[in-house]
Design a protein around this ligand. Sequence first.
Ligand code: PLP
Length: 348
Amino acid sequence: MRDAILRQQPYVPPAERRAGKLRLDFNENTVGCSPGVCRALAKLTPERLSMYPEYTVATGRLARHFGVRAEEMLLTNGVDDALHLLCDTFVDPGSRVLLCEPTFSMYRLYAEIANAKIIALRYDAAMRFPLDDALAALRTGKLSPHVFFLANPNNPTGTLVPAKELARMLRAAPRTVVVVDEAYAEFSGLTIIRWIRRYPNLVVLRTFSKAAGLAALRLGCIFAGRTAISFLRRAASPFSVNTAALVAAEAAIRDRRAIRSYVAEVTRAREEFARSLSRLGITVYPSAANFVFVDFGERGPQLIRTLARRGILLRDRGMEFGRRGFARISVGTRAEMRRLVRAIEKNW
Ligand SMILES: Cc1ncc(COP(=O)(O)O)c(C=O)c1O
């Protein structure tokens, strides 16, 4: 067995039997995809299912939706698969991979499996992005990282790095592949997909798992200049995206209103929820995504266990910033968040 695998912790599968509960632990869409998506899926014929997927038409439609050319985009089996592919394509053993933690844990996992040398910076206790440290790490010339993974907004802190600062980082290290994971961009309203023509070192990732409500179907998109996409294609498996995911994504972009109205509802719910927790004296960090990072303090772990017994699932972030008590809470509708607030009040 490879040492890189032996060094990993044994895999712990994500929580199961979550259906019917108030699922605020995976940043999913809590109301589900638009009914148009289910109708499109129901029309899938046995013939369609017996065939290997065909990508050209769906890729063309999705590319138009995102404002890029088909050659500037690659579909993947969720962003997870995209991260794997990026490591396969750009990370050699010993390559330097820059991360700002806490962040989405898959960046570190895939980089470690590729035997990369991880350069880990930290958000501070106020959840501020370490811009100066990142610029310094990027400006080390020959020693600049080969790949930089950045979630924007970041999971779990909710922090958004503004466009101006992203541009400074992209210019600081033209040879570093800067991967900006925009899994939550619908909620932040900021996307830099269009910049792929300006910065050949930029790779942008998007997913249909969050705002579009299609986490089960696994569809991610990689956007980059043609050259980078052509390299990624060489390492990609030929049929990693299934036909149901393509059909669902096409239907989802036909019904943009469903996504827009869900995003508007979540944004209102997030602000109302943050105010309610603040009134209880609980620290909530500002967030540009469909979740908030919360400091419950000492009582956190117990509270999260109690809520789970009552069918409300939050994500305990365990030890973060040197102590327990932090949690990441997905934001759903206002009605759902009011239910959570009532449950917290009862057990606080
Ligand atoms: C920043 C970020 N990227 C990617 C993902 C996963 O996306 P996908 O479902 O497309 O693999 C998540 C899920 O939590 C995430 O937080």
